[in-house]
Design a protein around this ligand. Sequence first.
Ligand SMILES: C=CC1=C(C)c2cc3[nH]c(cc4nc(cc5[nH]c(cc1n2)c(C)c5CCC(=O)O)C(CCC(=O)O)=C4C)c(C)c3C=C
Ligand SMILES: [Fe+2]
Ligand SMILES: [Fe+2]
Length: 346
Amino acid sequence: MKKGVLLVNLGSPDTPNPKDVKRYLDEFLMDERVIDLPYVLRAILVKGIVLNTRPKKSAEAYSKIWWEEGSPLIVLSERLQEKIDQFTSVPIALAMRYGSMSIENGLKELDEQGVDEVLLIPLYPQFAMATTETIVVLAEELRKSMFPHMSFTQMPPFYNHPDYIRVLSESIKESLEGKDYEHLLFSYHGVPKRHIRKSDITNGHCKMNGICCETPSPAHQFCYSHQCKEVTRLVGEYLEMEDGTYSTTFQSRLGFDPWLTPYTDRTIERMGLGGTKKLAIATPAFVSDCLETLEEIAMEGEEIFHEVGGKEFHVIPCLNTREDWVKVLSRWIDEWALATPVAVEA
Ligand SMILES: C=CC1=C(C)c2cc3[nH]c(cc4nc(cc5[nH]c(cc1n2)c(C)c5CCC(=O)O)C(CCC(=O)O)=C4C)c(C)c3C=C
Ligand SMILES: [Fe+2]
Ligand SMILES: [Fe+2]
């Protein structure tokens, strides 16, 4: 048996042109775990409505943040892969759930190197149906149909792993060193509330009533809302922050369904109107900077804050290729790679 790793992130369009953005959004939003409507309704909504309007707007947003080398999300993920490769002894491949760098190609790359035992690492700290689950489901479908000789181990969401919390907390501390701020927002990508109910294995715990996420339950293993709030709580604890000086919000909602609240944009506006002048913001649903952090937060968010009287808006970068983050991921990989299989008696 030969071990190898597949890192998987979300993906980006090939270019920031409306045609490529449209193709990418088509694949992304037609995923039944992202827009979880029956096929016909999903197709009417996505192909009939969203794809006629959104690509132009999204393409403009992508153009503002695009780098010479390509999409920041892809470039940063590639740099992460290269750095991890320097620290670990097993082959490391990189794939995206949507777009050209497919999971199929990533698995082929590992297969060509003789790898038949794969550690699948979805690059998301928290579990969500629209991120972790869709990656695992597609990878398993591909394994069955194209790589039946391979076996997979899935890295569980690492939202509460002490190594991750330490690295995230240190990154926030360093980024805010010498800066003055009144409040730190932890802004996570939002999901429709319905997604949380669908992932509730207890069939009733997740009521999103402000109490359920703090009440112990097996549902939390798959509860995005709980896992986001835990990251905020654990970082607050690590950095010894005072109650009331930090809070959790959710960004990037789409459509008319109720999504997780409070919404980031409205919170920024409310805080500015309420007299907050100096705001800091971290985005721990993403390990790599991307459209949602570089445009929606660092550009749109800052504009909202300034419009309502805010003065200083400090955006904390994602972990990207921080050395301590690279070392933590490499150590997790090595621990898996070096683990001796437990002998099973016949
Ligand atoms: C129903 C729609 C969406 C759900 C649910 C959703 C969940 C979700 N997404 C991320 C991470 C990222 N999303 C990004 C972009 C993006 N997301 C949606 C829609 C949903 N996301 C859209 C339509 C887009 C495209 C841009 C736009 O038109 O606004 C990105 C950025 C990708 C990039 O190329 O930089 C990331 C990353 C998470 C973590 C998540 C659920 C937890
Ligand atoms: Fe998204
Ligand atoms: Fe909850």
